[in-house]
Design a protein around this ligand. Structure first.
Ligand code: WAQ
Ligand code: MG
Length: 237
C-alpha cells in the first residue's frame, strides 16, 4: 500500500497568507509516520521564515494509477554572475525556438510569492493558469529511491518536478529560480535535458518562480493541467 503525503507551509503577513514552501512524497505504509514527521519539521523551519500554518495531507494511492518515468539527463553550466546566468538562459531558450526569450525571462524574474508555476502559451504569449496568483502546482510525484527528506535537496526535488513536467505532451520547456534566499542555482529544462545554471539571482533575494512553456498545438490546456496536478509519477534515476 502506498500513500501520497503533501506538506505546505505559510505565514501571516498583515492580512495576507504568504506561501513559505511545500514538499511531498509517495511512500510505503511502513514509512508513512516518519515522512510525516520529516515534512512537518521542514515546514516549521524554513529559510523563508517560520510558519504560522503547516498543512499535511495524506492520500492513499492505487499502485496501478502510478506511471514510471526516467529522470531527465542533467548538466551544469557554471557562471559567475546572475547577469551571465540570464544570458545563458536566453541563449538556451533561443536555441529551443522560443521567439521571445526576454518575455519568458521577464516573467520569471518578476514572479514572487506564487505557490505554483506560470504556464505561458508560446504562440500567443498569454498566461494559461486559471488562478494567476497561485499558478499551477505540480504534485503527485516522487523518486523511486528512498531519501531523507527532512532537509530540502533543491537539485533532486527540482529534477523530479521537471521530469514530471516535461513529460507532459505539450510542455516543451521550463525555467526556474528558487524563492529560497540562500539558493541561487536555477535551471532550464527541455524534453531531453535538465540544465543547471549556477547563478540566476543574488543571495538574500526572496523572489523566485517557475515558467512552463506550453505549445497549444500538442495538447489542450485542460489535459495538461490535469496531468500536472493529478497524474501519479515515480521518477527513476
Ligand atoms: N509546482 C509548480 N510550481 C512550483 C512548485 C510546484 N510543486 N513548487 C514551487 N513552485 C514554484 C513557486 O512559484 C516557487 O516560488 C518557485 O517555483 C520556486 O520554488 O539543479 O527550490 O521550491 O540545483 O523554491 C532549483 C534547483 C531549486 C536547481 C528550485 O524552487 C539545481 C527550488 P522552490
Ligand atoms: Mg522555495
Amino acid at each position: 500500500m502506498k500513500y501520497s503525503v503533501k506538506m505546505r507551509a505559510s505565514k501571516n503577513n498583515d492580512k495576507e497568507n504568504l506561501h513559505i514552501g511545500g514538499a511531498e512524497s509517495i511512500v510505503d505504509e511502513e514509512d508513512l509516520l516518519n515522512i510525516i514527521n520529516s515534512l512537518a519539521s521542514r515546514g516549521l523551519n524554513h529559510s523563508r521564515g517560520q510558519a504560522d500554518f503547516v498543512n499535511i495531507k495524506i492520500n492513499k494511492v492505487r499502485e496501478e494509477d502510478i506511471i514510471n518515468i526516467r529522470a531527465l539527463k542533467t548538466k551544469t553550466i557554471e557562471v559567475d554572475t546572475k547577469e551571465e546566468g540570464l544570458v545563458v538562459m536566453e541563449k538556451l531558450l533561443n536555441s529551443m525556438g522560443i521567439e521571445n526569450p526576454q518575455r519568458v525571462i521577464d516573467l520569471l524574474i518578476n514572479t514572487k510569492n506564487m505557490r505554483g508555476a506560470i504556464i505561458l502559451n508560446i504562440l500567443s504569449l498569454e498566461r494559461m493558469e486559471g488562478d494567476l496568483d497561485k499558478g499551477v502546482r505540480v504534485t503527485n510525484m516522487d523518486f523511486a529511491s528512498r531519501r531523507d527528506i527532512s532537509n530540502k535537496n533543491h537539485f533532486k526535488e527540482a529534477l523530479c518536478l521537471a521530469t514530471k513536467t516535461l513529460n507532459a505532451k505539450a510542455i516543451i520547456g521550463e525555467v526556474c529560480i528558487s524563492d529560497d534566499p540562500d539558493y541561487v542555482t536555477g535551471y532550464l529544462a527541455n524534453k531531453k535535458e535538465y540544465i543547471r545554471i549556477t547563478k540566476l539571482k543574488e543571495r538574500g533575494d526572496l523572489n523566485g518562480g517557475r515558467v512552463f512553456l506550453y505549445d497549444p498545438r500538442l495538447d489542450t490546456i485542460e489535459n495538461t493541467i490535469d496531468y500536472l496536478e493529478n497524474q501519479l509519477v515515480i521518477v527513476h534515476e
